[in-house]
Write a new protein. Sequence first.
Length: 229
Amino acid sequence: MSPGPRQDDNPGGADAGGLAPRRAVRPRDAASLILWRQGARGIEILMGRRHHNLRFMPGVLVFPGGRVDPDDHRARPLSPLPAETRRLLEISATPPRATALAYCALRELHEEAGLVVGEMEGDRLRPDFAPLSYLTRAITPADRPMRFHARFLIAEAHHAKGEIKGSGELEEIRYFALTELHEQPVAKITAMILAEFEAWLATPAEDRDRRQFTRIQGRDSRLPERRRS
């Protein structure tokens, strides 16, 4: 018998339900990937729907993603992280953790959607980090019983190989048009991430690495990110 859907992993929604903790909970490092393409309906983003049998936020759309696992530190990438992507990840992570976060985003894409950015060696992913760009990070409010410190990365869909095939963690995994998402149920944090992505998309490609990066902290605070030199 296959296990049921994981309710405590995806940072796009599972972090906000339940009773408030008696003491502050340390956020778990997590990563999500925004896989996008130019489609017939304009810009489209790969998302999945949280199971309707979940107690919290059933049917809400989230990006593929989840928490960092210990094995994510054993990544053997086919290509290194782009310098700017690494630098931005390292604002809030050590160099080994930055690599693990990037691996986590691609591993979760494979586990939740069946798509591969890189190559498979047996059942182990060898990631291709070259297509990854950094978007933002978000930290769950301190009064939540489960918290995530999630980093959101971006890649164009043509870098992903395979056919979309869900693992049971998410339902209805497909490309949703940005215009369609305004009519779909999404968490407030997801809507904020989508707004960040639209701003990134509207910025000329040559200027994206020089834009003012932000982090999202608490319920709705958008704070300027301080870059390390």
